[in-house]
Design a protein around this ligand. Structure first.
Ligand code: ATP
Length: 350
């Protein structure tokens, strides 16, 4: 197990600065997920930990040791890639064993390790097969086993589930959570998929354009987003946002926080609109409601409205967020918070 720390790390490729002055501490033994849109610098961070692409300036520490001059193979980290990077001509056993042979581990010890690790990831019956005869999920497990066999103190995973179909991805998410619990090793996992981040992370590091926008457990990012970017990146559909019309402030509420009804309600923010679209998803229905000024996505348990129907929409004060002109969230202790709530109460159309 090991902690990881970035201290004032900058990474440039030729003239373009991809990561600038980044400070980040990744806790020992935790499942940390780096999440953010394509190109925000997640893989770059991971490769700096692995030593595959060193930082331009600043320091990276693994377990308190500055690893700037430590070769990738000496860092105690193992990386699992999106494309699995398996050797196609080797059997599953040979793929898993490969690193051990390189490290001159004797045959008896190798056999013991391969047997125990393949049992952990459910590959015991596939050891003599070639990767091409395995399903995507099984190949992913071989890649994991190959990383595990090195007994690293840190696992680095770069979008390891992105080649799997939705059902298998959901299953592998659970398997990774279990695996992390079993191994107790530091996991650093890169994804652009906020569902993966929410479901697996102890801590989410949310990035955009080379900067950390928020670093917190999933429930904290969801319930107390620090800024508009966090509010709209985490959550499906994203938080609804509208202009308050004062001080450049925006108000927001989650799709499941609004109540739709046929009659006007008494909730703090009340407006009316028309159902523009309806998506019946089984256990819930998503409605797009168009008001005079905005278009909101609303998630309902009951499927009781149809397209073109007029509806009243209400949100209680406790479920409303405000964001300043700088896009940072305005907390309840802010001097103008009550004023903004009052403005929103008067902001009814019809
Ligand atoms: N070897 C390279 N040379 C030049 N630019 C690079 C190189 N590697 C990455 N970049 C640039 O650095 C930025 C961050 O890339 P990175 O791969 O870290 O993003 P990411 O968040 O992992 O994206 P994705 O989710 O698409 O994999 C991008 O703008 C990318 O074009």
């Amino acid at each position: 197990m090991a902690s990881i720390e970035f201290v004032r790390v900058t990474k440039s490729f030729e003239k373009s600065v991809v990561i600038k002055d980044l400070d980040l501490k990744i806790e020992d033994g935790k499942f940390t997920v780096l999440v953010g849109p394509s190109g925000c610098g997640k893989t770059t961070l991971l490769r700096m930990i692995a030593g595959l692409d060193p930082q331009t300036s600043g320091s990276v520490f693994i377990d308190g040791k500055d690893v700037t001059r430590t070769a990738p193979g000496q860092r105690g980290v193992a990386m699992v890639f999106q494309n699995y990077a398996l050797y196609p001509t080797m059997s599953v056993r040979e793929n898993i064993e490969f690193g051990l042979i390189n490290n001159k581990v004797d045959k008896a010890e190798r056999t013991k390790l391969v047997e125990s690790i393949s049992a952990t990831v459910g590959l015991k019956n596939y050891l003599d097969r070639k990767p091409s005869t395995l399903s995507g999920g099984q190949r992913q497990r071989v890649a994991l086993a190959r990383a595990m066999v090195k007994k690293p103190s840190v696992f680095l995973m770069d979008e390891p589930l992105s080649n799997l179909d939705a059902k298998l991805r959901a299953q592998m998410r659970l398997e990774l959570i279990e695996l992390h619990k079993k191994l107790g090793t530091t996991f650093v996992y890169v994804t652009h998929d906020q569902v993966e981040a929410m479901s697996m992370a102890d801590t989410i590091v949310l990035m955009n354009q080379g900067l950390i926008k928020q670093e917190a457990p999933p429930e904290v990012i969801y319930n107390q987003p620090n800024n508009l970017f966090a509010a709209q990146f985490i959550g499906v559909p994203p938080m609804n946002v509208g202009d308050l019309g004062v001080d450049g402030v925006k108000f927001g509420f989650r799709p499941e926080s609004a109540v739709l009804s046929n009659e006007p309600g008494e909730l703090h923010y009340s407006t009316q609109g028309v159902i523009a679209t309806r998506e019946m998803l089984g256990s819930e229905t998503l409605y797009q409601v168009r008001t005079d000024r905005d278009s909101f996505m609303i998630k309902c348990i009951e499927d009781q409205f149809s397209v073109d129907q007029k509806v009243h929409l209400g949100v209680t004060a406790a479920k409303i967020y405000f964001f300043g002109a700088d896009e940072n969230r305005i907390g309840e202790d802010h001097i103008h918070f009550r004023k903004y709530l009052d403005v929103l109460r008067g902001y009814r159309n019809g």
